[in-house]
Design a protein around this ligand. Structure first.
Ligand code: SAM
Length: 281
């Protein structure tokens, strides 16, 4: 029987956030593939895990991955971890996981901490959709271009380095306007954790309030913007379809427009077309 590749999430700061299942898996596998074997030694020894460690990082991922695939084929279970959080999420690991799928090997996630999800869950933006944009480019011109390309009305999650966070917040304010909300989440799960939700126009002041405010690890969650008219119309059409079962076209269009924010005129036209189609059946 070939082995199983476990993809195991590890803490993003608070070592107690390693799940009981993750501990079991890390203890029971033949080898733990670590982004940095020294960094992971602290976590593993904290939990009394003595499993063999093997380095897999962005510079050796292909060669190290091939060796791990050979171990899996030989029947050994492997756990993949990164320095912190969920592997393959702005971290190495996807190449190995892809290779495992190609080989027909079983891949089992052991979910847990992720800075993106922790920040989003603590941001409080009500939205069924969100975009994970990872790290923006390091240079200002490329960063501004990347921001121009973001047209999401839904919340957007960014990772950012401490020495760039002030510049990025300034660029976000230029692109999305000072009234758009942002959540700045720094040092999540750690001793000096801070989470601030404020308009982009006030974010710079928050960051400049003390040197510590620009230190540590950051996630930025951009709040939702105005829904684009296309999104509103899609939502309005969906609501309209339900209302048309019980109401005349004009009344259904009026209510659907109020609920979705889509133009009443467009919804009334769609309503008449639907009624006409239903009548001709
Ligand atoms: N794979 C990781 C995950 O699941 O969150 C992310 C790895 S990425 C290389 C590292 C970035 O994640 C940091 O630069 C920072 O933006 C964010 N991050 C990681 N830990 C964090 C923490 N405790 N608080 C805030 N942001 C954090």
């Amino acid at each position: 029987m070939p082995g199983i590749l476990y993809v195991v999430a590890t803490p993003i700061g608070n070592l107690a956030d390693l799940s009981a299942r993750a501990i079991d898996v890390l203890r029971s596998v033949a080898v733990v593939a670590c982004e940095d074997t020294r960094t992971s030694r602290t976590l593993l020894s904290q939990h009394g895990i003595a499993t063999r460690r093997f380095a897999l990082h962005e510079h050796n991922e292909r060669a190290a991955g091939a060796q791990l695939i050979a171990e899996l084929r030989a029947g050994k279970d492997v756990a993949l971890i990164s320095d912190a959080g969920t592997p393959a999420l702005s971290d190495p690991g996807a190449l190995l996981v892809e290779a495992a799928h190609r080989e027909g090997l079983r891949v089992v996630p052991v979910p847990g901490p992720s800075a993106a999800l922790a920040a989003f869950s603590a941001a409080g933006f009500r939205s069924g959709r969100w975009l994970f944009a990872g790290f923006l480019p390091a240079t200002r011109a490329a960063r501004r271009k990347a921001l121009e390309a973001i047209e999401e009305a839904a919340p957007v999650v960014f990772y950012e380095a401490p020495h760039r966070v002030a510049d990025t917040v300034a660029d976000l304010a230029v692109r999305f306007g000072p009234g758009r909300e942002i959540v700045i989440a720094r040092e999540l799960t750690k001793k000096f954790e801070e989470i601030a939700r404020l308009p982009l126009g006030e974010a710079q002041g928050w960051l400049q309030a003390g040197p510590h405010r620009r230190q540590g690890e950051f996630v930025l969650v951009l709040g939702p913007g105005e829904a684009r008219s296309g999104d509103a119309l899609a939502e309005g059409t969906r609501v309209l379809a339900v209302l048309l079962d019980a109401l005349p076209a004009s009344e259904a269009a009026r209510l659907a427009a109020r609920i979705s924010g889509a133009p009443r005129r467009d919804l009334y036209r769609i309503a008449l077309e639907r009624k006409a189609r239903a009548g001709s059946r």
